[in-house]
Design a protein around this ligand. Structure first.
Ligand code: ADP
Length: 472
């Protein structure tokens, strides 16, 4: 079976978040179980500068809107790259500090159209698997230009909050006929919505956890698309993301000070000592370290972390935050760290090496998200023996079970509502367990858990087979 993944980011080439992790690592695991999987990405500046040995396949041009747009296709093993320097040869992927690129509508429409063309030029496929709004127009283009082609298109929604909504003037600029600007198609409150198009024109929809698959059919998780999604619920399934344990493993991670596993988890303290020394902080090594690693956006519950920050010095605990995102949050957390230099550390960059050191050094990992389609942070934290404290939503609800002392079951601490007081109560409850037997139980259960891609890759594979069987 031949499958093409079409995505706007994928590790190891380019990553801004969980989408990059999934589109890069799921193909590896699908290949391990015998599927032929190729990946198509835009050729961004950072990929060009990274010195991959890319082989040029061909150059061509198309009329896109009212421009003649040249492009070329490059390849490295199973990955194809679409090179169009005016659109992709830029410092950042989606935005600059002053906001989204104003031509993201053209950048990702062109990418979706050219990826579809490329798949056809390469002889077609059984399954085309697209991801999020950036590639959601591909099934729309397929319905226009290749309506009789047999391949099935699956759209995975990694985060419904991002839909690719642009002004109505976009339609003639992206080779979409005017009749697609209608309520039954791409129109959305007087604008054009790429993700809506993908939801309507894909053969099947998946999202990244069973709970999120239910939540997005309701307000407020549906972001005004709950009606459109509910109409397609028979063709919607939640498949939990995995993580790659070759990539995220404290026993082999080359970036942490001391490697450790389940039997040597006490070495986390040595990692903490080095991290605190490296960051030259006044934080005490004896205090449990709470960590947050994530985008600084309201989705991640950073507001309620900021709300409780001033109470932290009253607790026997320190907090480290690694996050990049909205300026107001970056400024707020830096101000809290300045106010409490012996309790709070704030770093506002994207730094994977530092994130690994934080997973390895921290005792608890905070994810008080408003909504969380799957969440990878808590899965990495489990593996690194950092006990998650999470709000019960989406994938957090599906992967973290609240610890019960009586039964000694559960891999973390959970709470119900997006509320600063509930978060604080959960932190206090977590600290009561630390560093006793209950804490060690939780930590062990977490480290032993299997959130690898094994079972999820098999679920995708059976979905692909189900869809191609229907075709025959
Ligand atoms: P999302 O995809 O919504 O951003 P996930 O939890 O699914 O959230 O994935 C986030 C991924 O990005 C994790 O691998 C996390 O470690 C990483 N990450 C987020 N922010 C940073 C940062 N500032 N520095 C390094 N890694 C980060």
């Amino acid at each position: 079976m031949k499958i093409y993944f079409v995505a706007s980011e994928a590790v190891p080439f380019v990553k801004t978040g969980g989408l990059g992790d999934v589109s890069g690592t799921l193909p590896l695991h699908l290949r391990k179980i015998g599927l032929e999987v190729n990946l198509i990405l835009p050729l961004y500046k950072q990929i060009q500068e990274a010195n991959y040995s890319l082989e040029k396949l061909f150059s061509s041009e198309i009329i896109f809107g009212d421009h003649l747009l040249p492009y070329s296709v490059y390849r490295q093993e199973n990955t194809f790259f679409i090179k169009q320097d005016d659109l992709y040869n830029r410092r950042e992927i989606y935005n600059t500090p002053s906001g989204d690129y104003p031509d993201n509508n053209l950048r990702f429409a062109f990418f979706s159209l050219e990826a579809l063309e490329l798949i056809n030029q390469l002889g077609g496929a059984d399954i085309i698997h697209v991801h999020d709004w950036q590639t959601a127009l591909l099934p729309v283009y397929k319905s226009i230009y290749y309506p009789n082609n047999p391949e099935k298109v699956i759209l995975t929604i990694h985060n419904l909050a991002y839909q690719g909504i642009f002004t109505a003037e976009t339609v003639p600029m992206i080779n979409i006929p005017p009749n697609y600007y209608s309520l039954e198609s791409l129109e959305f409150y007087g604008k054009v919505n790429y993700l809506k198009g993908g939801i309507i024109y894909s053969d099947y929809l998946t999202t990244v956890s069973p709970t999120y698959a239910q939540e997005i059919q309701t307000e407020p998780y549906g972001f005004a698309l709950e009606g459109v999604i509910t109409k397609r619920r028979k063709n919607l399934r939640g498949i939990i993301n995995g993580i790659d344990y070759d990539y995220w493993n404290p026993e082999t991670d080359p970036h942490i000070t001391i490697n450790y596993g389940e039997d040597s988890v006490f070495q986390k303290k040595e990692n903490k000592k080095h991290l605190l020394a490296e960051l030259k902080t006044g934080c005490s090594i004896e205090y449990p370290l709470l960590a947050f690693v994530g985008r600084l956006v309201s989705q991640k519950g950073i507001d309620i972390i900021i709300e409780i920050a001033d109470q932290l010095p009253n607790l026997p605990a320190n907090l480290i935050i690694l996050g990049k995102g909205e300026k107001k949050y970056e400024e707020e957390i830096k101000a809290r760290a300045l106010r409490h230099p012996n309790n709070i550390i704030a770093i506002t960059t994207f730094d994977e090496v530092l994130s690994r050191k934080i997973y390895a050094s921290s005792d608890f990992f905070l994810m008080p998200s408003q909504f969380e389609p799957c969440g990878l942070g808590q899965l990495i934290a489990l593996k690194y023996g950092s006990v998650p404290i999470v709000r019960k939503t989406g994938g957090l609800k599906d992967t973290i079970q609240d610890y019960h002392d009586k039964t000694a079951c559960g891999n973390g601490i959970t709470f119900e509502n997006q509320d600063a007081e509930e978060l604080m109560d959960s932190i206090k409850r977590a600290l009561l367990y630390f560093p006793g037997e209950s804490y060690i139980n939780m930590q062990n259960i977490g480290m032993k858990g299997d959130f690898s891609w094994n079972s999820s890759a098999r679920e995708y594979s059976s979905l692909y087979r189900q869809l191609t069987k229907n075709k025959e």
